[in-house]
Ligand binder design. Structure first.
Ligand code: HEC
Ligand code: HEC
Length: 230
């Protein structure tokens, strides 16, 4: 096995070997990892490579749980997982149009406002301040929020509230999810799931301003000066 530092730079695994390696994954995540916008399975195609790798490590090491998937990867090495993450990150497949919104107009507006503006009085930062103004994430470690099923979004935010999903410390998403009421969670999920995906869903290269909080696993994006000293 080559060192992980070099594995990230160029595809080191021949295409045919990679195709058989990821065959089991596509049974749930769909051809090329593109999933569908209904149902539950999240799309993994075209997501930032560092984010995908962090998630595979999270499942393998117990910070996330989905036993039917975890058993496939529990004995795999970091390098092997990173190579699969690179493979899915490199898939460039179009997003279908979003499903019709599944919430009343007032809830959708509440969701839109939280995503774009947050709620300073309740210490909820705008989601776009980290996930990017197009909500397509930031390379290499911050995921986009579009093209995901509403049920999946609801479940992830709920899992962060209860501690069932964890990220590398400091777990900024756990702090944010705990500030959201159940109504906020369903409003945000319903609004996000109904948005079209702009620009092929490609993650942004940088954020225009520093992130409002520190997040583990995200080394490359600056954090607001007042926070970086903590
Ligand atoms: C039995 C169905 C199934 C199989 C097989 C499967 N997955 Fe998953 N995967 C899921 C589900 C469901 C989730 C979301 C679980 C949750 O957190 O609720 C998930 C989550 C993920 C995530 C995180 C996505 C995100 O946006 O955070 C990644 C990455 C991933 N899977 C990669 C893989 C890879 C690589 C394989 C093959 C080695 C694989 N999966 C096989 C069902 C599956
Ligand atoms: C301070 C930066 C920051 C802010 C603000 C933020 N996020 Fe996140 N979010 C992250 C990071 C970093 C991750 C990846 C965590 C990991 O590695 O598991 C993430 C992951 C997520 C995921 C998981 C996506 C997936 O594919 O599983 C969802 C859903 C999410 N955030 C929703 C939100 C919502 C909704 C808001 C606004 C209420 C928000 N985030 C605000 C940094 C942030």
């Amino acid at each position: 096995m080559p060192a992980s530092a070099t594995a990230a730079a160029a595809p080191t695994v021949p295409a045919a070997a990679m195709a058989s390696r990821v065959l089991a994954c596509t049974a749930c995540h769909g051809k090329e990892g593109r999933a569908t916008q209904e149902g539950y399975f999240p799309r993994i195609a075209g997501k930032p490579a560092g984010y995908l790798a962090n998630q595979l490590l999270n499942f393998r090491d117990g910070r996330r749980s989905y036993p039917q998937m975890t058993y496939l990867i529990e004995h795999l090495t970091d390098d092997y997982l990173r190579e699969m993450a690179e493979h899915f990150a490199a898939q460039d497949v179009p997003y279908p149009p979003p499903p019709a919104p599944q919430a009343p107009a007032a809830a959708l507006e509440q969701g839109r406002r939280l995503v774009h503006q947050g709620d300073a009085a309740r210490r909820i930062p705008a989601c776009v301040s980290c996930h990017g103004s197009a909500m397509t994430g930031v390379a290499p470690s911050i995921p986009g929020l579009l093209g995901l099923p509403r049920d999946y979004l609801n479940s992830q935010l709920g899992a962060w509230k209860t501690g069932q999903r964890r990220a590398h410390a400091p777990d900024c998403m756990a702090d944010i999810a705990r500030q959201l009421t159940p109504d906020d969670v369903s409003a945000v999920s319903a609004w996000l799931a109904a948005q079209p995906v702009a620009g092929g869903g490609k993650p942004a290269r940088t954020l225009p301003a520093a992130m409002p909080a520190r997040c583990g696993g995200v080394a490359e994006v600056p954090v607001a000066a007042a926070l970086s000293a903590r």
